[in-house]
Design a protein around this ligand. Structure first.
Ligand SMILES: [Zn+2]
Length: 282
């Protein structure tokens, strides 16, 4: 789906095994930036390269034109097909320095952040060609520039990319959608990052990984809704903690999801870890 002059969005379906026997249907968006060369923002899960290549063929372009893979962070649904894409296209892989270790060693990521079934989402470890930091500019040929904004919280090295010329902001998983699985390492960091994105002038299109592309008032509205969701989560975690100081982690998670009106499938280790991180910080 074409979004702006140079940006196309592609939706990649997959499933998350949140716990043994518990499967959630999901999708993740990857974005293609079509200039003289082609850049990908995130790669989707294992095997998504085929879907991306087919889409490019439909536009009269080829996979060999992909020169850069620019990653918002290193979680499996964002880097899953980076290995084969890099091998087949010779593209350069870019990621924030704080995420480098987790893509270069998938085993390390799974050890430090165990997610059931995550191995099924990733083709393998990938060597990084270029690390970026907050404020860096990635140039794709002469005409297209991408500004890097470090927006941690969801993960340490999560970033957003702003293409000023297209008025488009790629935010990865930084903008949570109310009612969806809340996954973060640092809630206060998420709030700071969202506040920073909200202050950014000139954004007319918001391109999330776990949400449909949003334009105009819907773009800024999505950031406001995400901030409200985080405030509700913070309040629910604090209230649940006051009820019982030493609950079982999954029981604690259930109590919070009940307060937030979230479905039973969200009582899972990933979400429980997010909620526990709130207590560790407050
Ligand atoms: Zn993520």
């Amino acid at each position: 789906m074409q979004i702006t002059e140079h940006i196309h969005a592609l939706r990649i379906p997959f499933q998350i095994i949140v716990a043994p026997g518990m499967v959630i249907d999901r999708y993740v968006y990857v974005y293609l930036i079509l200039g003289k060369r082609i850049a990908l923002v995130d790669t989707g899960v294992f095997g998504a390269g085929k879907i991306i290549f087919k889409y490019l063929e439909g536009l009269g372009r080829t996979s060999r034109e992909i020169s850069d893979v620019i990653l918002t962070h290193s979680h499996p649904d964002h880097i899953g097909s980076a290995k084969s894409i890099k091998e087949l296209t010779g593209s350069l892989v870019h990621i924030h320095s704080a995420e480098k270790a987790w893509i270069e060693s998938i085993e390390l990521q799974f050890e430090e952040r165990p997610v059931p079934g995550a191995g099924l989402l990733v083709e393998g470890s990938v060597k990084v060609d270029h690390v970026f930091e907050d404020g860096d500019i990635i140039r794709l040929g002469k005409d297209l520039e991408i500004e890097v904004f470090h927006t941690p919280g969801h993960s340490k090295g999560s970033v957003s990319f702003f293409m000023r010329k297209e008025k488009a902001l790629f935010c990865g998983d930084a903008v949570l959608v109310p009612g969806q699985m809340p996954i973060f390492e640092d809630l206060a960091g998420c709030v700071d990052s969202l506040s920073r994105l909200k202050r950014l002038d000139g954004v007319e299109v918001l391109l999330s990984s776990w949400d449909v592309p949003r334009k105009g008032a819907q773009a800024s509205g999505a950031i406001d809704e995400s901030l409200k969701y985080l405030a509700d989560i913070h309040a629910a975690v604090r209230a649940a903690a006051l009820e019982d100081l030493s609950p079982d982690l999954m029981e604690f998670c259930k109590r919070i999801t009940d307060k937030l009106g979230l479905p039973a499938a969200m009582v899972n280790p990933l979400v429980a870890r997010s909620f526990r991180s709130v207590l560790n910080r407050s």
